[in-house]
Design a protein around this ligand. Structure first.
Ligand code: UDP
Length: 340
C-alpha cells in the first residue's frame, strides 16, 4: 500500500506557521488536503502560511482550542507547536513543560472531546540522550534505531518523551492512533525559496553558517573540535524539511489502517561533521565563512545519526535530499533572499 496517497482530509496543523509546519501546510495543500493552522505566532510567521487557513491561538488556552475544533471537522491533527531550544529548556524548564507537555495534553483532551483519533507528533532524537555505542555498523558510523534506550539529557527531550509515553497510554485506553516522529537535524528550505528557517534567536548550525557568509550574522562559533570523530567536530544527521513533511503525509495513510502508537526515527542515515557542513557551505555560496573555534557547547554528543529503516520499511518513506550540497543549496536560496 502506498501511504503517500490519501483521500482529501481536514487536518489541524498546530504550529503550522513555524519552520517545519509551514512546509507541511504547503505539501498538504499541494496534495489536495485542507489544513487549518493553529499557531500563537510566538516563533512562527503569519507570512509562512496562507492567510485564510491561519487561526491565531495558544495550546494553553483550552477555550480557543475548543472553538477551533467546534468550527471544523478534523480527520487528523499534526502537532509541530513546541518550544525547541535545548539550552533554554535547561534554564527555563517550566516554560518547556507548560508549552510542550501541558499544551499537548490540552490538545489531546480537545481531540478526545471531539472524537478526533489520529495524531502525528513531532518528537526528537533528543529523547535518546548520549548514544550508547553498540559498535560501528556497515558504513562505519554508529546509528541509533528506535530500540536504542531513551535517556533525555534536558527538559526539552524529556518533554517530548513524556508525550510519547502519554500517546502509548492513550492508544491503550482510548484507541487514539498516533505516529511520533523522532527528527534528527531538520534542515534546508523549499527549493523555490519561498519558505525556510527563520528563528530569532537563531541557534542552528546551517542558518548560522549562512548568516555568517552573508554578513547578516556574526562569525560562526564552531563549538568544539576535540570530539571523538574523524575531524574532531560533532557529526549530525541533516534531514531535509520536505522529506520530514513527506513522512507526515504518509503517516496519515498509515493511521487509516493501523491502530496504536508508533514511533519512527527520521534522518537520512548519513553523518556530516560541522567541518563538512562548513565546507559544503563555502562551496555552495562561493564565499569563505568567517569562523572561530569556540569551547564545546554543553550537552552536545559526539555523533548522532539515525537508523530510519523502520520508516522506510513501514511507511515506504525515502529521503529525497541525501546530498549535503543539494540541501545547502535550498537553504542558501532561502537565506540569501529571506522573505520573513
Ligand atoms: N554548532 C556550532 N555552531 C553553531 C551552532 C551549532 O558549532 O552556531 C554545532 C553544534 O555544536 C552541533 C551541530 O553544530 O555539533 C549541530 O547543532 P544544531 O544546534 O544545529 O543542532 P542540534 O544537533 O543541537 O540539534
Amino acid at each position: 500500500m502506498d501511504d503517500s496517497m490519501n483521500d482529501s482530509m481536514n487536518v489541524l496543523v498546530c504550529g503550522g506557521a513555524g519552520y517545519i509546519g509551514s512546509h507541511m501546510v504547503r505539501l498538504l495543500q499541494e496534495q489536495g488536503h485542507t489544513p487549518v493552522v493553529f499557531d500563537n505566532l510566538s516563533t512562527g510567521h503569519a507570512e509562512a502560511v496562507p492567510e485564510d487557513c491561519l487561526v491565531r491561538g495558544d495550546l494553553r488556552d483550552k477555550s480557543a482550542l475548543r472553538r477551533v475544533f467546534a468550527e471544523h471537522a478534523f480527520d487528523a491533527v499534526m502537532h509541530f507547536a513546541a518550544k525547541s531550544i535545548v539550552p533554554e529548556s535547561v534554564t527555563d524548564p517550566a516554560l518547556y513543560y507548560e508549552n510542550n507537555v501541558a499544551g499537548t495534553l490540552n490538545l489531546l483532551d480537545a481531540m478526545r472531546e471531539e472524537g478526533v483519533m489520529r495524531f502525528v507528533f513531532s518528537s526528537t532524537a533528543a529523547v535518546y540522550g548520549n548514544p550508547i555505542d553498540g559498535g560501528a555498523q556497515g558504513n562505519g558510523v554508529f546509528t541509533m534505531d528506535e530500540l536504542h534506550p531513551v535517556a533525555p539529557l534536558n527538559p526539552y527531550g524529556h518533554s517530548k518523551l513524556f508525550i510519547e509515553q502519554v500517546l502509548q497510554a492513550q492508544a491503550r485506553a482510548y484507541g487514539l492512533r498516533s505516529v511520533a516522529f523522532r527528527y534528527f537535524n531538520a534542515a534546508g528550505a523549499a527549493p523555490d525559496g519561498e519558505l525556510g528557517e527563520s528563528h530569532d534567536p537563531e541557534t542552528h548550525l546551517i542558518p548560522n553558517i549562512l548568516r555568517a557568509a552573508l554578513g547578516t550574522g556574526p562569525e560562526l562559533h564552531l563549538f568544539g573540535d576535540d570530539y571523538a570523530t574523524p575531524d574532531g567536530t560533532c557529526v549530525r544527521d541533516y534531514i531535509h524539511v520536505n522529506d520530514l513533511a513527506d513522512a507526515h503525509l504518509r503517516a496519515l495513510g498509515f493511521m487509516r489502517r493501523e491502530e496504536g502508537a508508533h514511533t519512527f526515527n527520521l534522518g537520512n542515515g548519513q553523518g556530516f561533521s560541522v567541518r563538512q557542513v562548513l565546507q559544503a557551505a563555502e562551496e555552495v555560496t562561493g564565499r569563505p565563512i568567517p569562523h572561530t573555534i569556540s569551547p564545546r557547547r554543553p550537552g552536545d554528543a559526539d555523533v548522532l545519526v539515525a537508523d530510519s529503516a523502520k520508516a522506510r520499511a513501514v511507511l515506504g518513506w525515502e529521503p529525497k535530499v541525501t546530498d549535503m550540497r543539494e540541501l545547502m543549496e535550498t537553504a542558501w536560496r532561502w537565506h540569501s533572499d529571506q522573505k520573513f
